[in-house]
Design a protein around this ligand. Structure first.
Ligand SMILES: CC(C)(COP(=O)(O)OP(=O)(O)OC[C@H]1O[C@@H](n2cnc3c(N)ncnc32)[C@H](O)[C@@H]1OP(=O)(O)O)[C@@H](O)C(=O)NCCC(=O)NCCS
Length: 325
């Protein structure tokens, strides 16, 4: 027995912030942002919006596409570091919005690797026979945690949610394997002191600068490239397949230069790497499921394709999932 993704969905806050809008707010330029990151716009959660509501929309879309009702679910797992509350978890808030009671609902906090970690947890638990139908969500709103005066981080992040429905199933298709890694040694490369939504772009009051996201971008860049190459090779090798067998990689959408550098090291052409960072920015744990949903919608993934998901983020955490679609 294994687990298989049978449907996907995605949702974003309603406000689009273009690079030109940021040019008006800080000392930056569309040209700098595009050439250093590949980002042209991002969605930003505003003060009158709720990230749980965004996640609910993505979840309901995935459930409808799976032909399921919320009542069919046996567990909810959310990869997120953006809950409004220390507790209850984001997953419990989402469970309530979906009108469910009593099934397990919990968060996995691994920053940008949150969805990759959550997928590995769901797959292992389903293989063990515990659940048959699981809702898995990646949802984050890191734009609400930046210091809007710090141009080196404020331009990078966007908000959103992606959802998948997984079912327990026998057969060749489904999750072939996952590998997860963390290195607390590097925790100071990317961190935010307080949890939760603090400083939406339209808020009048700004969070204390010390509470905003802190990032050592250039160091992080180098480690991200190395660790993503390494984890991709390891999960491929463990599954007994080769890089040539891969149909598509869906990488975490942090920065186009990171994505291209990893693809180049792996010897993969652009046709094998999905990107949408230009329209979303770095949506943290939401980036992989949003990209997966777009890849399916645009016909880039077909039955029996070999698909690899990978991500690296604060922690540092990194990981990869290999899927026979
Ligand atoms: C943040 C990042 C884009 C910066 O790119 P970089 O090429 O390393 O640029 P640097 O930080 O060396 O800065 C170069 C110059 O651009 C300036 N700069 C930084 N942000 C800028 C902005 N938004 N607009 C204009 N100039 C900017 C810097 O002040 C610096 O100027 P200086 O040379 O006069 O000191 C890059 O390091 C990166 O993407 N790192 C990984 C970040 C990431 O993806 N984190 C999440 C991982 S999950």
């Amino acid at each position: 027995m294994g687990s298989r993704i049978v449907a996907t969905g995605r949702a974003t806050p309603r406000t689009v912030i273009t690079n030109h809008e940021l040019e008006r707010r800080m000392d930056t330029s569309d040209e700098w942002i595009r050439t250093r990151t590949g980002i042209a716009q991002r969605y930003a959660l505003c003060t009158d919006e709720s990230l749980v509501e965004v996640a609910e929309r993505a979840s309901r879309q995935a459930l409808a596409r799976a032909g399921m009702k919320p009542e069919d679910l046996e567990a909810i797992i959310v990869g997120t570091v953006s809950s409004d509350f220390g507790f209850p978890s984001f997953a419990c808030q989402l469970q309530h919005r979906l009108g469910l009671n009593s099934i397990p609902a919990f968060d996995v906090a691994a920053a940008c690797s949150g969805f990759i970690y959550a997928l590995s947890v769901a797959d292992a638990t389903m293989r063990a026979g515990e659940w048959s139908r699981v809702l898995l969500v990646g949802a984050d709103a890191l734009s609400t945690m930046v210091d809007w005066n710090d141009r080196s981080t404020a331009v990078l992040f966007g908000d959103g949610a992606g959802a998948v429905v997984m079912v327990r199933e026998a057969g060749q298709r489904g999750v072939l394997g996952s590998i997860l890694r963390s290195s607390g040694e590097y925790w100071e490369l990317l961190s935010v002191r307080n949890r939760g939504i603090q400083s939406p772009i339209d808020a009048e009051a700004r969070a204390n600068r010390d509470d905003a996201i802190k990032m050592k971008g250039p160091e992080l860049f180098k480690i991200a490239v190395k660790s993503l190459e390494d984890i991709t090779r390891k999960v491929i090798e463990r599954a007994g397949v080769s890089l040539d067998d891969l149909s598509l990689i869906i990488p975490h959408q942090a920065n186009l230069r990171i994505i291209n550098a990893v693809a180049q090291r792996l010897g993969l052409g652009a046709e094998k790497v999905f990107t949408n960072v230009d329209r979303y920015g770095n949506t943290s744990a939401a980036s992989v499921p949003i990209a997966l949903d777009e890849a399916i919608e645009s016909g880039r993934i077909r039955d029996n394709d070999l698909v690899l998901l990978n991500a690296c983020g604060g922690g540092l955490t990194w990981g990869a999932n290999l899927i026979r679609w």
